[in-house]
Write a protein of this length. Sequence first.
Length: 135
Amino acid sequence: MAILSNLGSYRNTGLFIIRVGLGVMFVLHGYPKLLGGPDKWEQLGSATKYIGIHFAPTFWGFMAACTETFGGFLLALGLAFRPVCILLLITLTVATLMHLNTGGGLEEAAHAIEDAIIFAGLIFVGPGKYSVDKK
């Protein structure tokens, strides 16, 4: 379609929309977990048992909440973009395995899988020129 053929020249705008949209949503999703305190962190961190980590669930839960909250903020800014994408990819991989191993199946794990795929792709694409990390 001729009307859509020029949109390729707006790749950086598309990356900006993806970055800011996902970043804001992860801040909104992670902030309540961060404020949940040690009980919430322990509950979150217990998901690491599905990747063979059985120690310090409170620490791992706190780290997951920080990754979602502060990682989302950095993602929106485009600062430390690739390291943040890697941390979010790891967090979402653990979430996926937890959903799949607790009987939730693909329907429950789908959101984590979809976000993980996006972050895996963004690691290679980069933040775009409308970011703090612009190259």
